[in-house]
Design a protein around this ligand. Structure first.
Ligand code: ADA
Length: 570
């Protein structure tokens, strides 16, 4: 078996006339002399100032050499994230198309791969009119192959969709290992061994069959995964065909149980408060490419704040999931089903469009399959601030929730509602997410940034009313977004709007309110760091960045950082 990273240097060119070049395939020709050399993963907006505002079609191409190719090779190209539409070509053959910018996908290239030099080309299109999800750009529309690329070659068959479910049982654990192998009619043998953190084998088992294979397991003594003690187990898998081992994988997992009881979230039977934080990853140097050094520094800073759960509008790459497993940082993962907002009176909306629905369901599927073995993931969220009250929304969200449940029943389903307008999601979600900005947007004009004379004071009465009402739903309430923008460095002893002082006061007051409602099981200030936000009007205050960060775009702390640290470390 061979694992090849295809991240690194690629050739890159902007397609200045995608219509004229329709049907082009640069994988059939030698590497292109006048193309620029760039690093993948990366966002093209960071490849040079001239690409910063570019939305369109770009081509990426590279060569790789395969010296040893088995007769019956199974070869899979794995992309961790390409924004937005990716057309993949290998050696002059179109392999496939993928839609969606933030979830991984793999393509079978067994029929196109060859011994010796291989030529790979990817056409990436991030034109806004082509983008269906997110429905509007609430974060910057960076283009490119912004996450890693790899190739896996095995002989005859390959391990796929590995799923390890493990729940505490008495003092031990009980669960199963499931895999899918292709081709589905080939008889294979699967063996698995589970090791604890000292490396001692706590269980081993075997099975044989074709297509989907499952081995149940249990072991007598298990250390549970929790933020305080994030114990991991590793499962070593071996797949054999005709008595010969053809594929091997090692998968980390944890043993823990999540459930809700009334308004509470329980982890391993104990009530837990989610000391959360939203994070829309963006950075002046790497854009939305999760640079390992940058995200690790962010996670260190989140730990210093006392944060135990992170929420993002889109799923992060796998190495971040690994990092969170090891650190005990819980995750609220969300697909970019973001701000789908048809009017309630309209019919034939995006919710009833079968293409949009199957795209949404597929994104959910890709998110869950990527993260299914990660104990840090506690919530699968199927969206943010959509019109879930719309009569057509019900079938749409039901399909998303059913997709989650078909793959995983061991985590909680979430949804971040607009000011508590949960619509159909109040029945489908296990936890009720409430995004609200009372005390902020009612006090400013978004167009000019000026204050509105109508509301001179911060008025949190509507927040209290909302919490009173929602507490009656009998489910945990998660304050999934709240904050005020603060211009970095703007200090004001009179706590003027847009100052760091007002933001600090806003968070203090909101948190004070939450503390009085036992149904509030977690709070997620929006957000950790300032980020590029095209939805914000450029005005007297906003400069293209969303300024709700507790740290600025370069990660310098604002005053609010300390407010949250005091609350969360208390
Ligand atoms: C919404 C949205 C966020 C952000 C926020 C804001 O709640 O979910 O992405 O745009 O508003 O800053 O206004």
């Amino acid at each position: 078996m061979q694992d090849l990273s295809l991240s690194g240097l690629w050739k890159f060119s902007v397609d200045q006339d995608p219509e004229y070049h329709r049907g082009c395939d640069y994988s059939g020709v030698p590497l292109l002399r006048y193309w620029k050399e760039v690093v993948v993963p990366g966002c093209w907006n960071r490849y040079g100032a001239e690409y910063d505002l570019f939305e369109g079609v770009c081509w990426f191409a590279r060569e790789f050499v395969i010296e040893d190719l088995p007769q019956a090779a199974v070869a899979k190209l794995n992309f961790e994230g390409v924004n937005y539409l990716a057309d993949v070509f290998l050696n002059g053959k179109k392999i496939g198309t993928h839609e969606g910018g933030y979830t991984p996908f793999s393509m079978d290239v067994s029929a196109a791969i060859t011994r010796g030099i291989n030529r790979l080309a990817v056409r990436v299109d991030n034109r806004r009119l082509k983008i269906k999800l997110p429905a509007v750009m609430g974060w910057y529309n960076y283009g490119g192959i912004h996450r890693g690329v790899s190739l896996r070659i095995t002989d005859k068959t390959q391990l796929n969709e590995i799923k390890i479910s493990a729940l505490p049982e008495g003092k031990g654990a009980k669960g199963s290992v499931t895999v899918r192998v292709e081709p589905a009619d080939l008889k294979v043998e699967l063996s698995a061994r589970i090791m604890d953190r000292t490396g001692e084998c706590v269980w081993s088992g075997k099975t044989s069959g074709a297509g989907k294979l499952e081995i149940p397991f249990d072991f007598q003594k298990a250390d549970l995964w929790s933020p305080v003690d994030p114990t991991l187990y590793v499962c070593d898998l071996e797949l054999a065909a005709d008595g010969e081992v053809v594929d091997k994988r090692s998968v980390f997992f944890g043993v823990r149980r999540l459930e809700t009881r009334g308004n509470q979230i329980l982890l391993n039977n104990e009530k837990i408060y989610l000391k959360g934080m939203c994070h829309v990853f963006d950075h002046p140097i790497c854009g939305m490419t999760f640079d390992p050094a940058v995200i690790r520094a962010d996670l260190d800073d989140l730990r210093a704040l006392g944060v135990n759960c992170m929420r993002s509008h889109f799923p992060p790459p796998s190495f971040v999931l690994d990092e969170c497993d090891r650190r005990g940082m819980m995750l609220w993962l969300e697909v970019p089903i973001y701000c789908l907002n048809p009017k309630s009176s309209d019919s034939g909306t995006v919710f009833s469009d079968n293409g949009a629905k199957s795209l949404a369901v597929n994104m959910v599927r890709e998110m869950v399959l990527q993260a299914i073995n990660h104990p840090s993931v506690i919530i699968w969220s199927v969206g943010n601030e959509c019109n879930a009250e719309h009569p057509e929304a019900e079938a749409f969200f039901r399909a998303c929730v059913e997709q989650v449940r078909a793959l995983d029943r061991s985590r909680l389903i979430g949804y971040a509602s607009y000011y508590g307008e949960t619509g159909c999601m109040k029945d489908y979600a296990d936890v009720i997410g409430i995004n609200q900005y009372w005390g902020w947007y009612d006090r400013i004009s978004q167009l000019t940034g000026d204050s509105l004379p109508a509301s001179k004071e911060m008025n949190l009465a509507p927040l209290e009313k909302c919490l009173n009402e929602k507490s009656k739903l009998g489910k945990p309430l998660l304050m999934s977004e709240f904050n005020a923008d603060a211009m970095p460095g703007c200090l004001s002893s009179s706590r003027d709007l847009w100052s760091e002082n007002y933001q600090a006061l806003f968070l203090e007051k909101q948190m004070e309110v939450f503390a009085r409602y036992p149904a509030v099981a977690g709070s997620f200030p929006f957000c950790y760091a300032d980020y590029r936000d095209p939805s914000k009007h450029v005005n007297q205050r906003w400069n293209g960045l969303n300024l709700k960060g507790l740290v600025d775009y370069k990660r310098k702390h604002k005053l609010a950082w300390d407010v949250i640290r005091r609350r969360y470390q208390a």
